[in-house]
Design a binder for this molecule. Structure first.
Ligand code: CU
Length: 184
């Protein structure tokens, strides 16, 4: 009875308007659900690159606010070879200057130092560049990095040579899978 009265008190137009909105919402939700599920592999399965015996897993950095000049880059690198290698340097399209750095906690103070000799990569070994530890340092950003975009770059290895990669831009404040912070 209540429903009948409600319908009777609404104009036919009003009733259909409500229906059509909820139909649109229904389709929007369906489309977003499909897009979300379709997008999941990209979110959960890292993007990988390789060169020779070296596998490069999920290079990423953070979105930056307008005017920011520096950012840290992170990646996991595995050496499947029987000989040691070394990450010598890196480049990134949006930064004129890029260095390899290490953050470490010394006497309760986080310190950062440049690694002009690169980062050693033992045979069969794995190094993780992550917030609070080894990282790639973008020192002269030419533009803000936007969440969701991918920015090209390279990693240069002593043995394996140069490999083209893409840095995925995650949210401002993202910590990746690691804990600790990287303040600049
Ligand atoms: Cu740094």
């Amino acid at each position: 009875m209540t429903r009948l009265r409600l319908r009777a008190s609404n104009s036919v137009d009003g009733h259909y308007k409500i229906l059509s909105i909820s139909n649109k919402m229904f389709w929007l939700i369906r489309i977003f659900t499909i897009l979300f599920i379709a997008g999941l592999p990209h979110l959960t399965i890292a993007h990988d690159f390789s060169v020779g015996d070296i596998n490069i897993e999920h290079p990423w950095t953070r979105a930056t606010p307008a005017g920011a000049k520096v950012a840290g880059g992170y990646v996991t690198i595995e050496n499947f070879g029987s000989k040691p290698d070394r990450l010598l340097s890196a480049t990134m399209e949006a930064s004129k200057q890029v260095e390899l750095h290490e953050m470490s906690l010394t006497d309760g103070v986080m310190r950062m130092r440049g690694l002009p000799n690169g980062i050693p990569l033992p045979a069969g070994g794995r190094i993780e560049l992550q917030p609070g530890g080894f990282h790639i340092m973008f020192l002269d950003l030419q533009r803000p990095l936007k969440q969701g975009e991918k920015v090209g770059g390279t990693l240069v290895f002593e043995r394996a040579g140069v490999v083209q990669i893409e840095f995925q831009i995650d949210a401002i404040g993202s910590q990746g899978s690691a804990s600790g912070d990287h303040q600049h």
